[in-house]
Design a protein around this ligand. Structure first.
Ligand SMILES: C[S@@+](CC[C@H](N)C(=O)[O-])C[C@H]1O[C@@H](n2cnc3c(N)ncnc32)[C@H](O)[C@@H]1O
Length: 245
């Protein structure tokens, strides 16, 4: 898609929703049906989850820029090398995307869930927001699909909902879980043991659900106390529901 009104194209951060193509917004769908250039993050050697969500709707001749993470879980987030390697990677992605829009073409950056909610797209956004036209298309988040999959409402009345990540320390998790009504714990994966221990210490273990692949064809919902895997998949979320008061 050429941008007819200016010489420079626009970067779109396109939220795709939690995984089912029919949970995507009409705005995102319209944009993607007529786009000519997409960029998306993926783990090296994988097709890329965001890319897979849109495979049925993209035009045939769309140009693609896969942005392959140089590291994922090999180096801890706290290691200064992680920040340096990822920083150079995002700089390089931005250089390339900028060169495409400078040729007058728009770029749709595919984002799982909502772009502004723990999304890698935010690294592109923060680097280019004052240098390039950039628009963000919001979307249904993975957590929304996850609590819906449990068949129970997440918050009632004046319940407080706390959103946590499994990368926090056990102490921080216990503290936050003990002082909230409802909680969503993202980034479960290899942090499962630590999260489980924190939920037990906060005396909420009988309430917790784990949802894998919410709104995807392989979705599964399980009470955490009945979940036997040692490591959860990347796409999993733990849900603690609030209660009516
Ligand atoms: C980098 S965050 C991206 C969040 C995304 N931007 C969103 O709006 O949901 C990745 C984490 O989101 C969670 N996640 C996102 N979509 C999910 C889904 N459909 N099912 C289960 N977990 C999901 C998982 O905890 C995963 O580790």
């Amino acid at each position: 898609m050429k941008n007819p009104s200016s010489e420079i194209g626009t970067i779109y951060g396109v939220g795709l929703g939690p995984g089912a193509v029919d949970l995507m917004s009409v705005r995102a769908n319209n944009l993607l049906k007529s786009c000519s250039f997409i960029a998306f993050f993926r783990k090296a050697g994988r097709p890329g989850h965001a890319r897979q969500i849109v495979s049925e709707i993209l035009p045939e001749k769309v140009k693609e820029y896969p942005m392959e993470y140089p590291v994922t879980t090999e180096i801890p987030l706290s290691d200064p090398r992680y920040k340096k390697i990822m920083g150079s990677f995002y700089d390089e992605c931005c250089r390339y995307i900028k060169s495409v829009i400078e040729s007058g073409e728009d770029v749709c950056v595919l984002c799982e869930g909502d772009p502004f909610f723990y999304g890698s797209f935010m690294h592109i956004y923060e680097r280019l927001r004052f240098e390039a036209p950039i628009e963000v298309i919001p979307a249904i988040t993975g957590m929304s699909a996850a609590w819906t999959a449990t068949g129970l409402p997440i918050t009632w009345g004046d319940n407080i909902l706390t959103i946590l990540t499994g990368t926090l320390s056990k102490e921080a998790l216990v503290d936050k879980i003990s002082t909230t009504d409802a909680a969503v714990i993202m980034k479960v994966g290899q942090n499962l043991d630590k999260i489980r221990a924190a939920i037990t210490l906060a005396e909420r273990e009988s309430d917790a659900f784990i949802v894998e692949y919410a709104a995807m064809s392989n979705q599964s919902v399980c009470k955490l106390v009945e979940y036997t895997k040692a490591v959860a998949p990347y796409f999993s979320i733990i849900i603690l529901h609030g209660e009516t008061k």
